[in-house]
Design a protein around this ligand. Sequence first.
Ligand code: AMP
Length: 275
Amino acid sequence: MQQLALAWRAAGEDVGCVLTMGALHAGHASLVARARRETRRVVVTVFVNPLQFGAGEDFDHYPRAFASDLELLTRLGVDAVFHPPVREMYPDGFRTRVDPGPWGALLEGRSRPGHFGGVLTVVLKLFSLTLPTRAYFGQKDVQQLLLVRQLVRDLALPVEVMACPTVREEDGLAVSSRNAYLDASQRQSAPAISQALQAVRRAFDNGEGDPVRLEEAALQRLGQRREMTVDYVALFDPETLARPPRAVTGSVLAAAVTLGSTRLIDNVVLGAESL
Ligand code: AMP
């Protein structure tokens, strides 16, 4: 992969990359389509990264659908698909880990210790292998996006990180590979997450600026669903990941809930469509 990317870059071509864990859906496709519009070369990586899964998480069961992924990516007209085996990414003797710093322990990191270290380690290695000028990330995983931006800033990586809006099902549920785990009744309940976030957005639009009251409004709506366990609802400033004294345009409201054994995340930006 690196040889190909080096040849592209040596020829002066810009390279867009989309990093994925496969089981591709409309959210991934929107990132790829944007890269296709904006960069001469497009590379998509498909790699279920064991480093970012904790013990007891769904690494073994994570949906894998490489044949249909490849079909979709061929239709989307990408220049390369990089789908390495785990032992190629992490051969015997692989020891380095990227430390995400304090942001890695917040929000998602509180429930998933080690997750962002695993994410940033694979992101850095995949950047080294694909040499992108631009990398496209979904706002659905907003903390991941912000941590990748921090990685790029802190380590002076020559990559432009592009934030892409969350693609949703018609009923508002954020499209996710993990939605495949939901049974019919859970699937019916799942749109309550985006509905709660949207309701809070409207409350903000109508003048509510108290961050705790806004969080509580979302919690209360989610709490009405018996089958849903709320992991967190958090309003934060995307520059600091801390709760601001007052909610402002650009503040992010994020939620993580568990439905059965499926953990789903979503977020909205107050007063704006996206980051
Ligand atoms: P994943 O395969 O879940 O690791 O996601 C790969 C990339 O696709 C990440 O940058 C995600 O944020 C992005 N992504 C996942 N779901 C969506 C969605 N519904 N809308 C937009 N981007 C998404």
